[in-house]
Design a protein around this ligand. Structure first.
Ligand SMILES: Cc1ncc(COP(=O)(O)O)c(C=O)c1O
Length: 371
């Protein structure tokens, strides 16, 4: 077997994977309606629920598609007819929940905050108190736009105080930051196979509180393919996924979950945190400025302001680093020009050190002076 070139992905997903996860996709051809494959799907669903801290009262529903399809599946499925959703928006992904809501003509209250600030819980409570048409509240856990970690536990307690359904986008935090679906009072959350779980892109999953999932059974179907209840019910009745899933991605996900359990949730978070600290310090030592306060950061991503030097050109920096095996990622925050570095994935301290070394060399090659 040819050696697989190792690229270090510092974009916020798809993340760097191990060779063993890559190789897990190489399996004998199999139809997704065979019991052998369905047993794998079942084990994956059970383990994803476990990773979220869910027990028998929770269930994971698996689909083929990217994270945005997961946001879509929840939004089109769980808002009762003629009721409203409150969306907390402090970044691109909070904003996207609002866009999906509008696409389905669902009544929306969008509460916007600055993209480098955490949401104000008093404002959220005021709205929950005043507007009794609101049935659901949705927000993002790790806002991958900036690297801010939103206070989901605190907001979840509020949402439950007012007896609303709580939806959380945990796409870029699931398996990277230990948390518990029950402690956070989450009713529906989604993530994908290609971020902190360290698998391949192509699968998303929604983890649901069964009691809330049963309530949506007779809600109007706003989407045929992305109906959360129909996908759930089909697997429960037939022990098969409704439509053709990316079979090999699911084999890779099975392997990625095994590797997650081998590493352990706390150890993964610790590894990510160490990588984030090294990256953050290295970036500041080079002379870059970071957008957010480290206290509010997820430990999975940093947002870096473009330096003043007129020799700085993000695309040129990207292209040169890409040739050297490192992928960096653009990102604009309001009027500010920024780029992002994510440290999720199967990378370690040596990878971060090599990256910082190559970054410094490349800035020299481009004649960029920061200090
Ligand atoms: C928090 C969050 N939500 C949603 C998405 C959208 O996922 P996808 O690009 O897989 O559709 C992303 C992707 O980075 C994300 O980070």
């Amino acid at each position: 077997m040819e050696q697989i070139k190792r690229n270090i992905l510092l974009n916020p997903g798809p993340a760097t994977t191990t060779d063993s996860v890559k190789m897990a996709q190489v399996v004998p051809d199999i139809c997704h309606r065979e019991k052998e494959f369905s047993d794998i799907v079942k084990s994956v669903r059970n383990d994803l629920t476990k990773i979220a801290g869910g027990d028998n009262n929770y269930v994971a529903v698996l689909f083929g598609g990217s994270g945005t399809a997961g946001m879509d599946a929840i939004i089109n499925s769980v808002i009762p007819p003629n009721q409203k959703i409150l969306v907390i928006n402090n970044g691109v992904y909070g904003n996207r929940i609002g866009q999906i809501t509008k696409a389905y003509n669902i009544d929306l209250f969008e509460l916007k905050f600055e993209w480098d600030q955490l949401p104000d819980t008093n404002k959220i409570e005021d709205i929950l108190k005043e507007d009794n048409k609101i049935a659901c509240v949705a927000m993002v856990h790790h806002e991958t736009t900036t690297g801010l970690l939103n206070p989901v536990k605190e907001i979840g307690a509020l949402v439950k105080k007012y007896n609303k359904v709580f939806i959380v986008d945990t796409i870029s935090s699931f398996a990277g930051i230990p948390f518990n679906i029950k402690d956070f009072n989450i009713d529906f959350m989604m993530s994908t196979s290609n971020k902190c779980i360290q698998g391949m892109a192509g699968v998303f999953f929604v983890i649901c509180k069964k009691q809330e999932l049963e309530k949506i059974k007779d809600y109007p179907r706003r989407s045929f393919y992305l109906s959360l209840y129909d996908e759930y019910e089909y697997f429960e009745k037939n022990n098969e996924m409704r439509f053709t899933p990316p079979v090999q991605t699911i084999y890779a996900l099975r392997k990625a979950i095994d590797e997650f359990f081998d590493e352990g949730a706390e150890n993964r978070y610790l590894r990510y945190t160490k990588n984030w600290k090294k990256l953050r310090k290295g970036i500041e030592d080079i002379g870059f400025k970071i957008l957010t306060n480290p206290e509010y950061e997820s430990h999975l991503l940093i947002t870096i302001l473009y330096p003043e030097d007129s020799n700085f050109n993000f695309q040129m920096l990207h292209d040169k680093l890409y040739e050297k095996g490192f992928t960096i990622y653009p990102g604009k925050v309001g009027k500010l020009n920024t780029f992002r570095l994510a440290n999720m994935g199967a990378i370690d301290q040596t990878d971060i050190e090599k990256f910082l070394f190559e970054l410094k060399n490349t800035l020299d090659e481009l004649g960029v002076k920061l200090v």
